[in-house]
Design a protein around this ligand. Sequence first.
Ligand code: SF4
Ligand code: SF3
Length: 544
Amino acid sequence: MFCNQCEQTARGKGCTVRGVCGKTPEVSDMQDLLMHALRGLAHFAGEGRRVGVIDPDTDRFTAKAIFSTLTNVNFDAKRVQELIEQCVGHRERLKEKVASAGGKTRFEDPAAGFTPAASLDELIKQGRSVGQVWNSNLDEDTQSVQQILVFGIRGLAAYADHAAILGQEDASVYTFIYEALSSLVRTDLSLNDWVALALKCGEVNFLALELLDKANTSAYGHPVPTPVPLDHLKGKCILVSGHDLKDLAGLLEQTEGKGITVYTHGEMLPAHGYPKLKAHKHLYGHFGTAWQNQRQEFERFPGAILMTTNCIQEPRDVYRDNIFTTGMVGWPGIQHVKNGEFGPVIEKARAMPGFGADEDKGKVMVGFAHNTVLSIADKVIEGVKTGAIRHFVLVAGCDGAKPGRNYYTELVEKLPGDTVVLTLACGKFRFFDKQLGDIGGIPRLLDVGQCNDAYSAVKIALALASAFNCGVNELPLSLVLSWYEQKAVSILLTLLHLGIKDIRLGPSLPAFVSPNVLDVLVKNFGLKPTKTPDEDIAAILGRK
Ligand code: SF4
Ligand code: SF3
């Protein structure tokens, strides 16, 4: 196996024996084979588009299948096997349609004619022999940008799938995914061409994020400021983790009036701000912190647990029987519920003891997405003009297990009282319960939402830039990002596509960025690794 797609990759280089995340070499090889099969499919889908053949089922399948290869989504080789078989089925059906429309059906790439072996063992061997989906024979820098592109596409596919689940799609998103995948075998492109494709991934990802924002807000309303209790109520309970709001909505409907209290975990925290979700009174509070603490936290949860998307870790024995996966998430031997039918989860919650009484543990505020923040834009602009607000800092991105991630806690704690912190994604759990006070009624800590809500932060920045009649780079705003998985890669590409400069990135730089490519990112975009909180705060505030 070889996998270097996330921040915790072994020795900062690549996992080769077993994933630090728990991914087995078998699953890694199977995921390589799935990407190979998808590259084969992409040739036909791209040609199909040229001759007017678009198959929405194939498009939706492609996004889901790519999403399954994101870090901490699917660890079940059997599920990958099903996806590989489905992929080849889609390819063959598409091939016929493309042929009927007069399109080309012969491609040099062997992936276009790939035949999957019949058994899992043989498939794993096939996976090992096809290797990586990018071209491992090219120079280090081209391979580096190809990897940035592949991982960016994984994030993009995840966002496209989230949006499609709630009925928002744009065929051009899938068109780009096919274009990028099928390009990986091209040898006629220069390094600049590959960089342009990676930036285009950022552009298309911005569209996917916009679709997702529209999907979430049209289904559940615009988030509003909402206090979320960190304690629990006595009684039966279900914990929902991951990012999928539709799964949470379905579970809330199916538990209505059943005497079960529903809690959020990890990235599901911002769900409390959506009017149509908070209307369910049994959606009560938030339990726990970010994904990497789940094994200790889930062990203490006396009810059923539902993982709707990333990030799942190997379940401990003590809660193996009460954790469920759904959607693209999978772990071998863990019960998987499909099609929004949460009966088994509800039954499990009923059979479990539930919580005893609890003391008040305080609340955190959520709901500061673009609609809320822009509704008080006048106040915010006034605050900047009078000097009451000196600077905004977007401290956003993934959390993870590395001790160096205390940087983000310290940074937020040390930022002076005339600064406002905007945050999103699970990295916020490093400081989400800090009482930072307010500036003239504007809270100093504004939770914009999940990583899925990155569009909101960009929209806020663009609106402020237009109010001050300047570019985003001229605003009193700095971005300090933390990355872990591939959605963060796609968001970073979006920010670079938008021309946003001087982003600080930590806690360590991606293993897949070669020294020369890093040099380009530093020279052209001012991208910088995080230093110490003191050094970075001095630089951020001195910049103004
Ligand atoms: Fe290693 Fe990360 Fe890949 Fe898991 S996802 S195998 S930890 S690089
Ligand atoms: Fe977190 Fe997995 Fe990236 Fe959604 S839940 S941000 S790491």
